[in-house]
Design a protein around this ligand. Structure first.
Ligand code: TYC
Length: 102
């Protein structure tokens, strides 16, 4: 039982709890069919990478099977995934892009 209840001389300090929103990793997955140049173009177009950065990340995905290509709020991550999946589908490449809570 609280002993300070009702006592106006007692100040209980509260921490204003401002929870930061969770962040999401957006990942590109390797496959055997999507051309390397297409993946590089995706990274330049949707993730603001220059050609050298994009080429390096593409090679990481090619060699390791996947790589994180960016970390975003839920809404931005969802938009990136949708943009990449739509762009790949329109070009008939099987490229897969997913997101995961950090
Ligand atoms: N493995 C593909 C190839 O050899 C290239 C590739 C890289 C595909 C990254 C998808 O996310 C990917 N053409």
């Amino acid at each position: 039982p609280r002993e300070d209840e009702g006592d106006p001389s007692v100040v209980v300090e509260t921490r204003p709890k401002t929870k930061r929103p969770p962040l999401y990793k957006v990942m590109l997955l390797n496959d055997d069919y999507t051309p390397m140049e297409f993946v590089v173009a995706v990274l330049e177009r949707f993730f603001g990478m220059n050609h050298a950065e994009a080429f390096e990340i593409m090679l990481t995905v090619h060699k390791k099977g996947l790589a994180v290509v960016g970390v975003f709020s839920h809404e931005i991550a969802e938009t990136k995934v949708a943009q990449v999946m739509d762009f790949a589908r329109r070009h008939q490449h099987p490229l897969q892009c997913t997101m995961e809570k950090e």
